[in-house]
Design a protein around this ligand. Sequence first.
Ligand code: UDP
Length: 373
Amino acid sequence: MHILLVGAGLSCAVIGRTLAEAGHRITIMEARDHVAGNCHTVRDADTGVMVHVYGPHIFHTDDEEVWDYVNRYETFLPYKNRVKTTSKGQVFSLPVNLHTINQFYGKTLRPDEARAFIEEQADTSITDPQTFEEQALRFVGPDLYEAFFKGYTIKQWGMSPRDLPASILKRLPVRFNYDDNYFFHRFQGMPENGYTAMVERILDHPAITVHLNTAFTRAQADDYDHVFYSGPLDGFFDYELGRLGYRTLDFERFTYEGDYQGCAVMNYGEEDVPFTRITEHKHFAPWEEHEGSVCYREFSRACGPDDIPYYPIRQVKEKALLAEYEALVEKVGNVTFVGRLGTYRYLDMDVTIREALDVARAYLGKAGAGEAV
Ligand code: UDP
């Protein structure tokens, strides 16, 4: 079979490799001039720092098969994401943990005491939190909510936390100990040579041909036995029902001689600081030493037609439009929609790889192996 993959990010790289190993011929069309999608990394020529071009990507997972998979193509070195936040003239530790609570309230509480104390701050009349704000008020109370979550979230999503679902905040834990690891997955690490090197190795198979700077048009699908499409779902249909809403990010890049902020991620919790966070990329590779530094100031805003889509908004309006597009998908014969943009969901990298493996295997289960190449 001759299979077309649209996009050379994680989804299509993993699908392509799996199908190529089963004997299929794979052509990939990638509109950008590089592979790896939004986890693309480039070593900065001046400083030597590995830069996460589309914003920071930290690999973390509980999925052992996925962890083994990425380690097959790249060495992952230990990295723990320890995020700080600046608010009310101080620097605090995130996610909210015992250090954050004690520092914020000027106390020396032990875990049980902190739990009881936060429960006193919390609005226990909220029994079934629906919105982001209700979830915050229920679990951390108004003080911590105002300092760390309210302003940041208004900047990040461009709307009131009263209009956002509780699920967004549920990504973040509250800890009554001093564990400041942002993620609580068993496996966490950073690729020694960057994500792009990893994706290039996944794609390095004689049956895979990658065409960069190559836009896909829908009519091309007819030339192939099957298509896996990881571009924007609405874009496939030429936006005929309208555009699915996204947030985009602007990065204000700057360099610094030395260590600018002493950590990889510094969030800014207050609304009057226009950016959400500053990332200092050399700290994402703590095993490397660099004199110079590359930092990104990160601004979030509504995504226009010419901007890069990052976060799917998935509010009521967007979900209704998504359902309409999904009805169109049903009518398309030989195309499978995959990945963050193809399915309009916010996906972590490990989930993207898991789904790609599953989709490719399901396809092989139906189509069988191809001819040997
Ligand atoms: N958030 C916040 N303050 C912070 C960090 C996160 O209010 O300092 C909120 C924000 O609404 C964000 C959500 O928590 O969208 C989830 O955070 P996460 O770090 O998972 O953000 P993402 O990885 O989606 O950028």
